[in-house]
Write a protein of this length. Sequence first.
Length: 396
Amino acid sequence: MVFATIDRIFQQMSRELPDVSFRTRMWDGTEHQYGSGPQEFLLSINSAAALTDVLTRGSLGFGEAYMAGAVDVEGDLQALIRFAFLPTVSELHLGARDKGRLLAHAVKHRNTQRRSRENVQHHYDLGNDFYRLWLDESMTYSCAYWGEECETLDQAQWAKYDHICRKLHLQPGDRLVDIGCGWGGMLAQAAAEYGVEGVGCTLSTEQHAYAERRLKDLGLHPRVRVELADYREVRGEFDKFVSIGMFEHVGEEYYGVFFDKVRELLVEGGIGVLHTIGKERERDIDPWVGKYIFPGAHLPTLAQIVQNMGERHLAVTDVENLRLHYAHTLEAWTASFEAHESEVRERLGDSFVRMWRFYLNSTCAGFKWGDSRVFQVAFTNGLRSDLPLTRAYLYA
């Protein structure tokens, strides 16, 4: 009966995506072919329990089975994950037991000041040596900007920071605050190329140590510096505001708190850019990602961002969706991660390698075929009438 159920699901999947050819292999040696043309992947389900997980626990069950080696994928993992965005597969819901556990997990990891630190450190304090293996030279862990002249990840990350600097209309002497500054790439480029002064903050001890050392080595400290602090603890008055890849960790119930802080930090008429992963529609973060990768995370819709800004007189001036830029960035990260797979396995184990392989590939697939987006929202604190009328200044 269970074999008939999974075969029926795979046949329906194949009808919905006929251009993807694949094969399945069960633990008893049974194999089935779906689609026509060159095979893109082989899905091996190595036990009856793993099949039950796949059928009854959605992405959480599949992800845990893949991490444990109870499910294997040979070939194009993203081609398999593409099926997850079909109605046939998305209708596989979590059971009540899993829902209860995930709800308890979400409550435990809500983004209070204490919990935010723990949530951030869960992901970002895996060690600078780990991230150095597969990120670009600037240690930038957010969507790059692949302009026509960009051929490498290093170039695309530089271009992303410059793109944002232009949106901020940075001028020498501007005071810039960077909320969730990571390893300091934005601050370093803004100070070196545009002559700003400013402050960044992060809750990651590894990022803080690296960023402070980097800014000192570049001769930019203390003109720009990094605080080990929650965004709610940052004080000061700034001409320009930026936050790149941090808003995802704020949590829906704290959106108002976040934008109140933006309003407090940014002078009247000041300019800001919020760069964040988002979704087309309101829904919870994928349960596997929320449990294993980003506890406490919530991906906003553009409507949520704009409404919260508007309620605080933060006037949106420009919105850009960098969806395919992030897919391209994740392809580069995945290739670099796989090139260093043996080093990661030696340091952190096979389950960790499988977890991160699934994370990077599923995230990339989400930008290619799902409703994952990257919103870059430029805004001002109150209205300004002296900004350029067109985007020509961005591409000069």
